[in-house]
Design a protein around this ligand. Structure first.
Ligand code: UGA
Length: 362
């Protein structure tokens, strides 16, 4: 058994990351896990476990959250609106959910003297220096380091940055509470985690535009074009969820190394452009579903103003520097992109291969 804080509070336990973290905590530790979320669909299989309590509750109930914080040894905060299609369409909700509400939690953890492990985002880095026309010095100018890289956002009317800005300000509030009030904190910056249970398929178990993995799976399964926003030139380092959860376990096992730190959790060697990602997923889909119709599969370039609406801008490239996670946590990502995509896609296909899905996919 792995030794970590005994009483853990997971706010946002019902989401993609929360559900995988809860699963791992229950299978490899003897900790008590209290999970809070509005929906239990992704943790249904854990409900009934003797060390798991799931509370269907809104985290904006500050008093109820405070009571739960008081009973815990560490608080993992995963609640967010983290879907780019929302950033330029409902920015007030995005700022509310990613700054105002979690700010209250920061204060509570400081007052109650509890360790806060907060999930921020790799999106706080914004754009690369070279996207602004500044000449780089090779790879090192792209690698984003937690304690050294600048955080570069677009203008206010480019509302895409509402999210990154809210997340950045919250990180600054956490840092300030650590500095002035002694808050014990750890900030995690995820780099495009992928895996089973990520997001949803529009029209089946969610509405709107999910993130790229689910968009492409939806397109492949339902015979729609895979949309390459503004040509699909932006690049991401996709990180498999099991590796990400390994990193979380290292954080929980090494509080003395993890407290007071910001960590990139990402796989630098898994970098691809979105156009390359589409090609890889098409190839893998052929391997996983050789019986599917192929004439329907195509990619299509779509302007971002059409796909997401006005005010969308993109992070052009974000590669994590993993020196700190390696040195302080002893963590390195292991899963290459093909394996990560194959496992994720197989899980989606299995989950969504209902009669309705098969009919639509032909
Ligand atoms: C999002 C969130 O903003 C981050 O907070 C979060 O950390 C991150 O996902 C993540 O999953 O870790 P982003 O990388 O922009 O950031 O997420 P996606 O919606 O998956 O988009 C990735 C890229 O694919 C973008 O360039 C987007 O324009 C493109 N895309 C998306 C397409 O070309 N086609 C699609 O159908 C969907």
């Amino acid at each position: 058994m792995i030794t970590i804080p005994h009483n853990l509070l997971l706010l946002g336990a019902g989401g993609f990351i929360g559900s995988h973290l809860a699963e791992r905590l229950l299978s490899t530790t003897d900790s008590q896990v209290v999970g809070v979320d509005l929906c239990s669909a992704k943790v249904e299989h854990l409900i009934g476990h003797e060390r798991f309590t799931f509370l269907e509750m809104d985290v904006s109930d500050a008093l109820a959250v405070r009571r739960l914080v008081q009973k815990s040894d560490a608080v993992v905060s995963l609640v967010a609106l983290c879907n780019p299609s929302m950033y330029n369409t409902i920015p007030i909700d995005v700022i509310e959910a990613n700054f105002n509400r979690p700010y209250e939690l920061v204060r509570t953890c400081a007052e109650e003297k509890k360790w806060l492990i907060h999930f921020s985002t790799s999106e706080v880095y914004g754009r690369t220096v070279s996207s602004l026309g500044v000449k780089g010095r090779g790879m090192s100018s792209y690698e984003l380091s937690e304690d050294a890289s600048p955080l570069i956002m677009g203008p206010v009317h480019a509302q895409r940055w509402s999210y990154a800005c809210a997340k950045q300000l919250l990180e600054r509030a956490i840092y300030a509470y650590g500095h002035e009030k002694g808050l014990a904190y750890t900030v995690v910056r995820p780099f495009n985690f992928v895996g089973p249970r990520m997001d949803y398929i529009p029209g089946i178990d969610g509405e709107g535009i999910p993130r790229v993995l689910a968009c492409f799976i939806d397109a492949l399964m339902f015979g729609k074009p895979l949309c390459l926003v503004d040509g699909g030139h932006s690049k991401r380092c996709f990180t498999y969820i099991d590796d990400a959860i390994d990193a979380m376990m290292c954080i929980l096992q090494r509080p003395e190394s993890a407290k007071g730190q910001v960590f990139n959790i990402g796989h630098p060697a898994n970098e691809v452009s979105i156009a390359q990602l589409a090609d890889m997923m098409i190839r893998l889909y052929r391997e996983l579903r050789p019986e599917a119709r192929w004439d329907a599969i195509e990619t299509r370039v779509v302007p971002s103003s059409e796909f997401y609406g006005q005010g969308y801008e993109d992070s052009d490239r974000r590669v994590p520097d993993t020196t700190k996670t390696r040195e302080l946590l002893g963590w390195e990502p292991k899963t290459d992109l093909v394996d990560a995509l194959r496992a994720s896609m197989a899980a989606y296909i299995e989950h969504y291969s209902t009669e309705q899905v098969c009919r639509a996919a032909g």
